[in-house]
Design a protein around this ligand. Sequence first.
Ligand code: SF4
Length: 431
Amino acid sequence: MNSMTITEKILAAHAGKESVSPGENLWVDVDYLMTHDVFGPDVVRIFQAEFGQDAKIWNKKRFALIPDHYIFTKDILANKNIEFLNDFAAKNELPYYYQPFTDRYSGVCHSTLAQEGFDVPGGLLIGTDSHTCTSGAFGMFSTGVGTTDGAFVLGTGKIWLNVPESIKVVFEGEMPKYLSAKDLILHLIGDIGVNGASYKAIEFTGGAIENMNMEGRMTLCNMVIEAGAKNGIIAADKVALDYIGDRAKGPIKIVNSDTGAKYCLVKRYNVQNIEPTVARPHSPDNKATARSEANTKIDRAYIGSCTGGSIADFTAAAEIVFGKKVAVDTFIVPATEKVNKQIKQVTFKEKTLYDIFVEAGCQIGLPSCAACLGGPEDTFARAKDGQIVISTTNRNFPGRMGSPKSFVYLASPFTTMASALTGKITDPRDL
Ligand code: SF4
């Protein structure tokens, strides 16, 4: 048996093979499937067209249906999507439908998968969303697919995959204060480019990763797609197992890469040498340091999404803004209902994060993707013509957060909130 990476081992196990090599095509068994309100209706329509109107889902307990994108809007088409999913979920008695406007509603799909125990070490998760690679933070193979593949998985529980080559990214050293996972991943993407890892697996390892919380690891794996990667992955350890606790929806299998595993590229960084980083408009690889952009005026700041809407992100932002007032419109969007509750419970210097944000003049939205994907005109915090936005989200293509005439800088929660305080891009160390 040849030495394998963690990605190769998981794919081999799900293909019923002893070993696999990059470039091989495989039929693999899928453990979990996720879709949401934007692509879910088409997944269902294709499933019904190809498998029959009354076809049975391959495994209801392995299917997470998580509306999150366009929820709090009057937009008729967006609301029709939710109604369509409500009907489908009711007809099929889906156990894991996180229905909007009920106590089942959760919020952003990738954050929900982790919170609800679908992110299981050694497992294989497919989602009809490009950031499905987020779940690799738990030592599983996860990737985003289109609606046709999603419909096929819904009917069969299988998918055809090509085994990717792996890139190893080592982050060594102790994280300096005010540096976060977002800085590391923006640094990496800036280094290798938006196609620097096309159809590759990116495996993160090193001391800085071992000491990183799950929210940070999810941000790293989430954004590998911005370098074109097929999946991101971090071997599960005690930090992952502690997060999972007793919520895993399936068996846990810790998988590690073999010592002799082959990588097509190895990148090593000492995090002590990485500075607070931003991605300038209009590409995640348009790297600069926060200090080099320090004279750039901003119109608004946005802290939310699957890479910036966790309780860890809001704790970081609260530390920066505590006792001060923001200088520009600043939007806080918890990723999920759970995070929405947490910001009212978690304290910094004996004040809840919620009170800190409200007293600073921030506006707090409801848990969802909100303006991360622009959304309908009435979406909370949607960017307008000519606005310059600094944001903890993960993409800054033209129009991504609303108007195609807006300009989005991607940054960490520390840098985003520091910039909100001064009204221009600000390195949090300079406050
Ligand atoms: S928060 Fe943004 S990146 Fe994450 S799932 Fe929603 S739209 Fe996609």
